[in-house]
Design a protein around this ligand. Structure first.
Ligand code: F3S
Length: 401
């Protein structure tokens, strides 16, 4: 791989051992994927923030970095943690967990990351169309590539951190135009009726997409941005999808029609097959411990919608309703949005992700969500916790009065 003088100096340890290791990791990833050079980036998004998924070795690594005086050289934002910075005691987060979680938070702060604690960094700092970025957090990668038209490969926590420290990524994969074209078309013969259905459609289709392929969709009517966010979250959960297209809607295929996709494999998605998929997964539960909304974190538009729906109602005493929202969105929301939610007894929670929170340890064993991603990951990451799904309307109808 070609490395310029600056990159060679970093690799030879002239900027310190940690930067050398970080660049070495990126060079190795690049070599394995046929990259011939590195490219500079100005923006990155880091995952690996919850102590639950990061664990002690990652915490140690972060603290070694801060001791060595390392700082990020990009505008680096961070994913949600396993608890909010304030009010974690009231949620029942164990002190032992909180202590480690705070050390991780402090370490990222010392690295000079911007502490947004959100998986929707694009809603606060949207990258430009065509801008090369290094994002971890698969749903955010899918969104910025697909809905904005920025360019990011799907990074893991370590390589996104390495990219943030060095300001470099290997030039490979989705950074090349030729790798961004639709490679399989899903002709959907119905319009999903809620964000939950878009999210589950993502789950349904994601596992049918081979690694490295970019699914394109045709729908009878155009999905909204929130629908695309939900679709991308589902696709990135059950498959390794980092970029999807919706014909006539998303920026790279705005003027593309089905007939333009010559030689592209087509798969029909019928309402009947999708219903069957949903019905197989849909489980009944009377009294969930928790209703979790906001995976990915709720946008301002959706928060307003939820406020309208639950205004004048009360969450049943037998359950909790937590809305996961970034601080940036809470700050933009007016009192008329926040008040009805609070009055209904739902809690707006910032900084935190329901999937990487210590749910079992805080006494939660059953969760209802409208997110395919949360539905899929919660039981996998929280042993002994069951997840169920329901659309927002049903949630309001069944668990508020
Ligand atoms: Fe965000 Fe956590 Fe879901 S990071 S996308 S709320 S799994």
């Amino acid at each position: 791989m070609y490395l310029n003088r600056e990159e060679q100096d970093i690799l030879e340890g002239k900027k310190g051992e940690i930067k050398a290791k970080a660049l070495k990791l990126l060079v190795e990833i690049g070599k394995q994927n046929g990259a011939e050079e590195l490219v500079d980036i100005q923006r990155s998004h880091i995952s690996g923030v919850s102590y639950k998924t990061a664990g002690d070795p990652y915490l140690q690594l972060l603290e070694d970095m801060t001791e060595a005086g390392i700082h990020v050289s990009t505008h680096a934002t961070v994913n949600p943690a396993g608890m909010p910075r304030k009010g974690w005691e009231q949620l029942g987060i164990p002190k032992k967990f909180a202590r480690k979680q705070r050390r991780i938070i402090n370490a990222y702060k010392k690295l000079n990351c911007e502490m947004i604690f959100s998986c929707t960094p694009y809603s606060i700092y949207p990258p430009r169309k065509g801008e090369i970025v290094a994002f971890a957090e698969s749903s955010a990668v899918a969104y910025v590539n697909s809905v904005i038209g920025a360019k990011s490969n799907r990074h893991g926590s370590l390589d996104a951190l390495s990219a943030s420290i060095t300001g470099k990524v290997p030039k490979m994969g989705l950074l090349f135009e030729e790798n961004r074209k639709p490679s399989v078309l899903f002709k959907v013969n119905f319009s999903p009726s809620s964000q939950m259905e878009f999210s589950l459609l993502g789950l349904y289709v994601g596992k049918k997409v081979e690694k490295g392929k970019n699914p394109a969709f045709s729908f009878p009517s155009s999905p909204h941005t929130g629908d695309l966010k939900a679709l991308g979250g589902g696709l990135a959960t059950s498959g390794s999808v980092a970029l999807f297209h919706v014909l006539g809607v998303t920026p790279e295929v705005k003027n593309t029609q089905i007939n333009d996709l010559i030689g592209v494999e087509t798969i029909n998605v019928t309402k009947k097959a999708f219903r069957q998929f949903i019905d197989e997964k849909k489980a009944q539960i009377e009294n969930p411990d928790l209703i979790a909304l906001g995976c990915p974190h709720i946008s301002l538009k959706r928060l307003k919608k939820i406020a309208r729906k639950i205004e004048g109602r009360k969450v049943l005493e037998s359950t909790k309703m937590w809305l996961f929202v970034s601080e940036g969105v809470i700050q933009k929301a007016q009192q008329e949005v926040l008040e009805p939610i609070k009055k209904a007894g739902a809690q707006i929670i910032n900084d935190m992700c329901p999937v990487v929170a210590p749910l079992k340890q805080i006494g939660i064993e059953s969760v209802v969500t409208d997110s395919g991603k949360a539905f899929s990951y919660i039981p996998r990451l929280s042993s002994g916790v069951e997840a169920y799904f329901a659309p927002l309307d049903e949630i309001v109808k069944r668990w508020t009065k």
